[in-house]
Design a protein around this ligand. Sequence first.
Ligand code: R5P
Length: 312
Amino acid sequence: MKIFCGRSNPELAREICIYLGIELGKCIVHKFKNDNTFVRIEENVRGKDVFVIQTSAIPVNDYLMELLIMIDALKHASASRVTAVLPYYPYARSDKKDQPRISITARLVADLLETAGADRVLTMNLHSEQIQGFFRIPVDQLLASPILCDYFSKSGLENFIVVAPDAGSAKRAEKYALTLGLPMAVLDKRRDPLNDTVEIFHIIGDVKGKDAIVFDDEIATGGSMIETANALIEQGARDLHAGAAHAVLCGDAPRKLQESPYKQIVVTNSLPVEGEKKIKKIKVLSVAPLFGEAIRRIHEGKSLSELLRKHL
Ligand code: R5P
């Protein structure tokens, strides 16, 4: 087995290698002055089972192209199997045609990965389940929920309620509520697709006098989390906590979240949380053991279902 990574989240790749007790594979990745990406694999991979770790951090398009070129280089170097390990799947929110004349870009990404030569995909908390069906190759989806649930359950959850910030996240939130043994509320959120802003219209469920944990798949501009907090406070909720698998944290989201009413915002390292993103309120939980174990099982041809059962 060999593990390589692009430049999107080398820290996570290193942690995964430590879990597996192997060295991270050597490769050169850089850009020429003409903006073309160059990749050279610096180790023999002939006949090897190769995993390429690349998450969809910013700049998303550069990292996606880097991943495709790495997979192509590995296939041309006679790797026997290449698994694209995508902790945060690129263009995950573009997974349906919900406006006229738009692209289903998450599907296009699936086609690109297959064309580049990926034999399988390992990812985590897809924005929607249907993305798995965009591929003709096997896709394993890990879930961060048990890691988040473990964390929250350690701090005592008396008088808490789980909150889904929109109808789309209600099913996921229901699993969190069941695992934590808590009631849940769902918000009626609408997004303006042109300026990426959100508005909350109704809350279904009684949040008055309760401490709330808002669970979402990702925090991008922070708009959903902040509007949710405002609506919950208006309805009489007390302390607010947030949990999300992916910390996209674009634009001034870190500052807005630091100034928000949330006591803490718990995320994973599926994306790097560093520099100005590392605000005081953010707690980052590592998914390296989860990915490391999944990689080990895929390599050994073992079932992932036990791992997935443990992980909702
Ligand atoms: C939306 O469908 C997602 O589940 C998240 O609620 C959304 O991506 C969060 O984005 P933002 O932080 O920009 O509101």
